[in-house]
Design a protein around this ligand. Structure first.
Ligand SMILES: CC(C)(COP(=O)(O)OP(=O)(O)OC[C@H]1O[C@@H](n2cnc3c(N)ncnc32)[C@H](O)[C@@H]1OP(=O)(O)O)[C@@H](O)C(=O)NCCC(=O)NCCS
Length: 165
């Protein structure tokens, strides 16, 4: 794990260019204007991970369903910084936030093709809840995962993260 990783609130003017590049890891074909509008109108919270002020990852949390369920809509870590615990750190940050808001579950959906992300979510404690066949078009299934925050050892995870740094 690299030192001096900071997680802070996203700032549109300062951070949009960075997160647009990161978003392209997942959605390579999306136009800048479309992503900009989407982020501007996003109703949840966005956080960025930085090293020496450079944004190297981001995550979001929204509250679209019931009063106990939050949803991760965006998560990406820059390729050169992957497999160093930054994704886990970002997840930890939003789980802590969800706990502060008295949420019970945090859920996420991703394409069934995205095996890397699915394995990552399982490693950090999410469970598979279901598959929506052909959710985004023919042959494009969507997978649904969630985590019960009450069962997530926030304190222990924090220690693990700190020990790894
Ligand atoms: C998914 C992603 C955010 C993971 O970030 P990361 O910083 O590499 O993850 P971490 O280093 O914190 O990994 C945490 C654990 O997951 C595991 N993991 C991470 N990526 C994995 C992969 N592709 N395959 C299998 N396991 C993986 C790590 O080995 C680690 O396990 P450990 O705790 O046993 O050591 C990153 O790969 C990414 O940005 N992918 C592209 C964008 C994307 O697909 N986002 C999800 C959209 S829903």
């Amino acid at each position: 794990m690299q030192k001096n990783i900071n997680i802070r609130d996203f700032e549109m003017e300062k951070d949009f260019d960075w997160i647009f590049l990161l978003d392209r890891c997942v959605n390579a074909t999306r136009y800048r204007k479309k992503v900009q509008e989407e982020i501007q109108n996003y109703s949840g919270d966005i956080y960025v991970a930085t090293i020496n002020k450079k944004v190297i990852g981001f995550i979001s949390l929204s509250y679209p369903f019931w009063d106990k369920v939050a949803m991760i809509d965006y998560l990406a870590v820059e390729e050169n910084y992957r497999k160093q615990g930054i994704g886990r750190l970002l997840i930890h940050h939003v789980l802590k936030r969800a706990q502060e808001l008295s949420m019970r579950y945090v859920c996420v959906q991703t394409g069934l093709w995205n095996l890397g992300a699915i394995n990552f979510y399982k490693r950090v404690g999410f469970s598979l809840r279901g598959v929506f066949p052909e959710y985004v078009g023919e042959g494009n299934d969507m997978i649904w995962l969630d985590i019960d925050i009450r069962k997530y050892p926030l304190q222990k995870q924090q220690e693990t993260v700190i020990n790894k740094r």
